[in-house]
Design a protein around this ligand. Structure first.
Ligand SMILES: *Cc1c(COP(=O)(O)O)cnc(C)c1O
Length: 388
């Protein structure tokens, strides 16, 4: 089928819950993708920060296909070596104690919310503070955790027990704290909310405050984790030790996987029967994630991310139409003068470059393995689109 036919079929048979860009992708290599008509695109999206090793990475394809040929799914009645090896590798890479495996970001955050509720249960603490402009998912608990009315408005009433504070404002968080608060959940760089980095002093003071008040600090690393911001986990760049972290997006380079990790103090908080997931810890997804960890959790690899990020910023800062660049590592938000982010996204796609938006910003989340040549080709197209 050509692109036109695919788009027509989508309109007929898929529930219209997405505002899609009219591009039908069919194959790719690293940060270069091809559509169904053979047209090439430079990809600054990596499937919303998912394909951290890019498209059809050789090592990842080998790991995943070998595991698929061996045993693909076993349920959580049984043990599996891919599963346990990944949990060990994650603990060693993050300093967290234990993992729970699931399939998506929202599911990882649901698990974190359940852990927080369980943690506060005995003393009647059930409220969770999140930040304005945060994004934590679209299930009822994670929707309530998301501090953006635009996501809430069609689905009221929300799940009870969520309070919202202003990002980078400790007083605002403190004002929400009472005896019924059991946790604070936040992103180190708010992704969907507009690529807004938390300030180091805010995060450090918040972690201290939480520790004093017996409140868990839970870091949603779904978008920022796995090298995206230049450290393996974004919180590692802030010098804090969270009680809970959640991962998804980049962890398995495109296979559905979510992880909720807990600190030593919380390692036994969930007991058999309290949380589960049929596909969670699927051996094929775990094999993919093991390859991701092996490659990304490497000093040289992480240093190259910083180098690429600096190069992006340097080149973007030169463009007269760019009003502002913010973010961390290869998570970049760009404010452009005179044109909406959505129009730029559509014009870029037409011209052969895939970019995202976040609120009113253009957002880049390229694969971490993007080459200098691919960056240059993409920025060349971006420049042309802005100049038009
Ligand atoms: C994408 C995202 C989620 C939701 O992940 P899904 O896999 O779509 O459920 C949660 N938190 C953050 C920070 C995200 O960027």
């Amino acid at each position: 089928m050509n692109s036109k036919e695919i788009i027509k079929q989508e309109e007929e048979y898929i529930i219209h819950s997405y505002g899609r860009v009219p591009v039908a992708l069919s194959e790719g290599k690293n940060a270069t993708a091809k559509d169904a008509d053979g047209k090439e695109y430079i990809d600054f999206t990596s499937g919303i920060g998912v394909n951290c090793l890019g498209y059809s990475d050789e090592g990842w394809v080998k790991a995943v296909s070998e595991q698929a040929a061996k045993i693909q799914h076993i349920s959580n009645y049984y043990y599996n070596e891919q599963n346990t090896a990944l949990a060990e590798a994650l603990s060693k890479a993050t300093g967290m104690a234990k993992s729970f495996f699931c399939n998506s970001g929202l599911e990882a955050n649901e698990t974190a919310i359940k852990i927080a509720r369980k943690f506060g249960e005995k003393r009647g603490a059930y409220k969770i503070i999140t930040l304005e402009n945060s994004f934590h998912g679209r299930s009822f608990a994670t929707l309530a955790a998301t501090g953006q009315d635009s996501f809430h408005k069609d689905f009221l009433p929300l799940l009870d027990g969520f309070l919202y504070a202003e990002a980078n404002n400790l007083d605002s968080v403190e004002a929400q704290i009472d005896d019924e608060v059991c946790a604070v959940m936040l992103e180190m760089v708010q992704g969907e909310g507009g690529v807004i980095p938390m300030e180091e002093s805010f995060v450090q003071k918040l972690a201290k405050l939480c520790a004093e008040k017996m409140i868990l600090i839970m870091v949603d690393e779904v978008q920022t984790g796995v090298g995206r911001t230049g450290s393996f986990m974004a919180y590692q760049g802030y010098g804090i030790k969270p009680d809970v972290i959640t991962l998804a997006k980049g962890i398995a380079n495109g296979l559905p996987m979510g992880v909720c990790m807990v600190s030593e103090e919380l390692k036994d908080i969930l007991q058999p029967g309290m949380q589960g997931s049929t596909f969670g810890g699927n051996p094929v997804a775990c094999a993919g994630a093991l390859e991701v960890l092996r490659r990304v959790n490497d000093e040289m690899f992480l240093r190259e991310i910083e180098g690429k990020a600096a190069y992006f910023r340097h080149e973007l800062d030169k463009l007269p139409q760019v009003a502002l660049v913010r973010g961390k590592g290869l998570m970049l938000g760009i404010a452009v003068k005179g044109k909406t982010a959505k129009d730029i996204m559509l014009d870029c796609a037409e011209a052969g470059l895939l970019v995202l938006t976040a609120k009113d910003l253009v957002r880049f989340l390229p694969p971490l393995t993007i080459t200098k040549e691919e960056i240059d080709r993409g920025l060349e197209i971006f420049k042309k689109v802005l100049a038009k």
